[in-house]
Design a protein around this ligand. Structure first.
Ligand SMILES: *[C@@H]1O[C@H](CO)[C@@H](O)[C@H](O)[C@H]1NC(C)=O
Ligand SMILES: *[C@@H]1O[C@H](CO)[C@@H](O)[C@H](O)[C@H]1NC(C)=O
Ligand SMILES: *[C@@H]1O[C@H](CO)[C@@H](O)[C@H](O)[C@H]1NC(C)=O
Ligand SMILES: *[C@@H]1O[C@H](CO)[C@@H](O)[C@H](O)[C@H]1NC(C)=O
Ligand SMILES: *[C@@H]1O[C@H](CO)[C@@H](O)[C@H](O)[C@H]1NC(C)=O
Ligand SMILES: *[C@@H]1O[C@H](CO)[C@@H](O)[C@H](O)[C@H]1NC(C)=O
Ligand SMILES: *[C@@H]1O[C@H](CO)[C@@H](O)[C@H](O)[C@H]1NC(C)=O
Length: 275
């Protein structure tokens, strides 16, 4: 047996279901404390209400961040330094990731593609080899998994699907990429799961209708009111409940109390999805 395997086994032996665990949140303003400012809020702030006292939520999401800047600024690293076996990490990016690195004045967009493509740019007078969204998330996830943690890749929240009048929800490419990251790293068997947060949140907004949506995207079509941040946390919880990740065992809510006229129901998915 390899030494690393031995440590992983020791890690799972320690992962007894009653011990306090941390769920570390990595994301952008739609998840972050204080949201995108100006009275908006991030959904990560409401997640702890659905967990018992055996789960601590650390919301490390930060406004304006992409998979690239979360990596470059050491925000994944800060979690890697503290994470312990049995912890969970939820990673959700996509709102600040799209564009072309060569012309991006915020130095945050990822290299287009879903493989090992790179885009060298000059940032702070140094060459930065910009990677793809998939590379950044696979890299961070692999390190978390190697530390005995489990990972949930969550698809980004929807922009207001009533923005143009009638309901219209088309996920961005980052929904596909986030599924692909979990799938390509081995899915549930490897301890990495996909929650289709985008579709679950869109389902809730659809049920509430255009007036409620307009009132709860108060700043623009992306950032959330505190009420919608809470709603989107609950939509994530429904997605977690409808999947297979053992983290669902720590939720205080019965599925029958979550499904309903506000959030909708479990979504039917392909048997091959790594949920
Ligand atoms: C948010 O608030 C800041 C500071 O009060 C202000 O400068 C900015 O224009 C506001 N942005 C929006 C989109 O309302
Ligand atoms: C969350 O984790 C980060 C990274 O370790 C840490 O800097 C921060 O203080 C933590 N936040 C809370 C509220 O504990
Ligand atoms: C992988 O993640 C570590 C920790 O965040 C980081 O230091 C490193 O630059 C990352 N590598 C790539 C290719 O993103
Ligand atoms: C980049 O180099 C230029 C020219 O040497 C210098 O004026 C500038 O301060 C440097 N910028 C940074 C961020 O180091
Ligand atoms: C919304 O859908 C209705 C019924 O299909 C249609 O008559 C109306 O023009 C649509 N409105 C917009 C803003 O697209
Ligand atoms: C679960 O129950 C708690 C406590 O009643 C509540 O705050 C939370 O919003 C509920 N979560 C969902 C997804 O219904
Ligand atoms: C799910 O199944 C449908 C119908 O077979 C297929 O078109 C779609 O590409 C599948 N999606 C994924 C993510 O596998």
């Amino acid at each position: 047996m390899k030494l690393t395997t031995l440590f992983l086994l020791l890690g799972s032996a320690l992962a007894d279901p009653c011990r306090t665990r941390t769920v570390w949140l990595c994301g952008d303003s739609t998840m972050a404390p204080g949201g995108g400012h100006n009275g908006t809020e991030g959904w990560g702030q409401y997640l702890h209400y659905s967990f018992g006292s055996s789960i601590r939520v650390n919301n490390s999401a930060y406004a304006g961040r992409s998979a690239r800047t979360f990596t470059r600024e050491g925000r994944f690293q800060a979690i890697m330094d503290k994470i312990t076996p049995g912890d969970w990490v939820v990673i959700e990016f996509g709102h600040n990731d799209g564009g072309t690195p060569a012309t991006d004045t915020k130095y945050r967009v990822d290299c287009p593609g879903m493989g090992s493509e790179t885009c060298p740019v000059t940032y702070n007078n140094q060459t930065e080899i910009v990677q793809t969204y998939v590379t950044y998330l696979r890299n961070a996830s692999s390190i978390f998994l190697s530390k005995g943690a489990k990972v949930i890749i969550s698809s980004p929240t929807p922009n207001n699907p009533y923005e143009f009048g009638n309901y219209s929800w088309t996920p961005t490419i980052y929904q596909y990429y986030s599924w692909y990251v979990a799938q390509s790293l081995g899915g549930p068997e490897a301890g990495i799961y996909y929650v289709n947060h985008g579709d679950y949140a869109a389902q809730a907004v659809k049920l509430l209708g255009p007036q409620v949506a307009a009132a709860n995207y108060p700043m623009d079509h992306t950032h959330l009111s505190p009420h919608f941040a809470d709603l989107f946390a609950q939509a994530f919880v429904l997605g977690l409940k409808c999947g297979t990740a053992p983290l669902q065992g720590r939720l205080v809510n019965a599925t029958s109390r979550i499904e309903g006229p506000v959030l909708g129901t479990c979504l039917s998915v392909n048997a091959t999805l790594p949920i």
